[in-house]
Design a binder for this molecule. Structure first.
Ligand SMILES: Nc1ncnc2c1ncn2[C@@H]1O[C@H](COP(=O)(O)OP(=O)(O)OP(=O)(O)O)[C@@H](O)[C@H]1O
Length: 308
């Protein structure tokens, strides 16, 4: 495997908190890698260390063979970063935002003008290039932030929650675009959307409390739960009452509720009868066996309590 990213025992400590704790990883060149984890798991801290914004407390990381500790300048020239927030300069036009970025990377106008024309075409903003970002929709701003990270043709692109807050059409447009960047580029992305990780990523790590919990393709992670007996259960009414009943049953796990519908795992097939005996059949609209989803794996590993 040709490695784009090598991380060895990376850690970041804030006081007594280990935000990232002994994290090691190899990411193959030309692939899309996805990092998942609940709020506060340490994803942004890890990205900040890899993009040379903060110094690790321990461990090492190399990007395309260059150390983030001793060759930070080289690393910065090799990477593109799309942060969580759309941090565009609102006093510059769409094109000027891209030009400013090109100049910061020391590119000459002969080099960057053509590149910017290509990128504007690719993200469908050629006709709006002289407008200010404040007049753009969220999806257009997001596309511009991604294009800006690509002006200097990075080898590795970091995307921190690239589609948060976008409508389904814009999300899919970003997915198509990200996919079109490989295999020339390696993509490292974080997301809270399981369908996004499932659709886009060649490989996924789920992290929590600063550590990697599992590592594999979406199919491999789901296979971990293949033994689990997942069911979808829908009641005609009284979702709240049934939630209480289901939570008290010792053989029910990973309960997720949406209105009167539930997803749950049973500890074994033999518990289906006791389940039906307890809830009775009158109010049930639907019950069916479910293939485990990536979200089920995520909840199984990281628990269901809401994080700060
Ligand atoms: N500068 C800092 N000083 C102190 N603690 C910090 C600092 N930055 C992050 N933390 C803590 O480190 C932990 C990891 O935070 P981080 O932002 O990396 O999580 P995350 O996985 O990116 O979360 P989210 O999904 O909400 O973006 C959290 O407990 C956070 O409060």
């Amino acid at each position: 495997m040709t490695v784009a990213l090598e991380i060895d025992g990376l850690a970041k400590v804030y006081g007594t908190l280990r935000a990232v704790n002994d994290f090691s990883l190899r990411v193959e060149r030309g692939t899309i890698f996805g990092l998942l984890g609940p709020n506060g798991a340490g994803k942004t801290t890890l990205i900040r260390m890899l993009t040379t914004l903060i110094r690790p407390s321990a461990g090492s990381a190399r990007i395309e063979g260059h150390s983030v500790l001793t060759s930070a300048r080289t690393v910065r020239s090799l990477i593109g970063v799309v942060p969580q927030e759309n941090n565009l300069d609102r006093y510059l036009t769409c094109r000027e935002n891209l030009v400013l970025h090109a100049r910061m990377y020391g590119m000459a106008p002969t080099e960057y003008n053509r590149r910017i024309d290509e990128l504007l075409e690719l993200i469908g903003l050629t006709g709006r290039q002289h407008d200010f970002p404040d007049t753009f929709s969220g999806g257009m701003q997001r596309r511009l932030v991604v294009a800006r990270a690509l002006v200097h043709t990075p080898r590795v692109l970091f995307l921190d929650e690239p589609t948060t807050g976008l409508d389904p059409q814009s999300r899919r447009a970003v997915w198509d675009y990200v996919q079109s960047l490989t295999p020339q580029m390696t993509i490292f992305l974080t997301t809270h959307y399981m369908d996004e990780a499932d659709a886009l990523c060649d490989r996924i790590v789920i992290m929590d409390h600063g550590r990697a919990l599992v590592d594999g393709t979406a199919a491999e992670l789901k296979e971990r739960l293949a033994h689990a007996h997942m069911y979808e259960l829908e009641f005609r009414s009284d979702g709240e009452r049934y939630e209480k009943i289901l939570r008290e049953l010792p053989f029910v796990r990973n309960l997720q509720r949406t209105g009167n519908s539930f997803r749950l795992a049973l500890e074994g097939e033999e518990f289906l009868k006791p389940l039906m005996d307890r809830i009775g059949g009158d109010d049930i609209r639907k019950i069916c066996l479910k293939e485990p989803s990536l979200e089920d794996v995520f909840i199984e590993l990281t628990g269901r309590e809401v994080r700060e």
